[in-house]
Design a protein around this ligand. Structure first.
Ligand SMILES: [Zn+2]
Length: 74
């Protein structure tokens, strides 16, 4: 995924969600998981078989922590 595409998706995803106000620790490179319903969590300590959203049971989508460094652009 190119950074351009990622930024567009991230911008769309963060609109109206907790991401708008979260204090991102972008120096911590750990995988993060998000769901289409707006749920997200850090992957640190997350079991690989625990990949479904606790809210809506959809499969979570993983982002590598270092991809969140793109937030610096904003
Ligand atoms: Zn969900």
């Amino acid at each position: 995924m190119s950074s351009h595409v990622f930024k567009n998706i991230f911008e769309e995803f963060t609109r109206g969600t907790i991401f708008e106000n979260v204090d991102m620790d972008i120096e911590e490179v750990s995988p993060m998981f998000k769901c289409g319903c707006g749920y997200w969590r850090r992957g640190k300590g997350l079991k690989m078989d625990d990949m479904s959203c606790p809210r809506c049971k959809q499969e979570l989508e993983m982002f590598k922590g270092n991809e969140f460094e793109l937030l610096d652009v904003y």
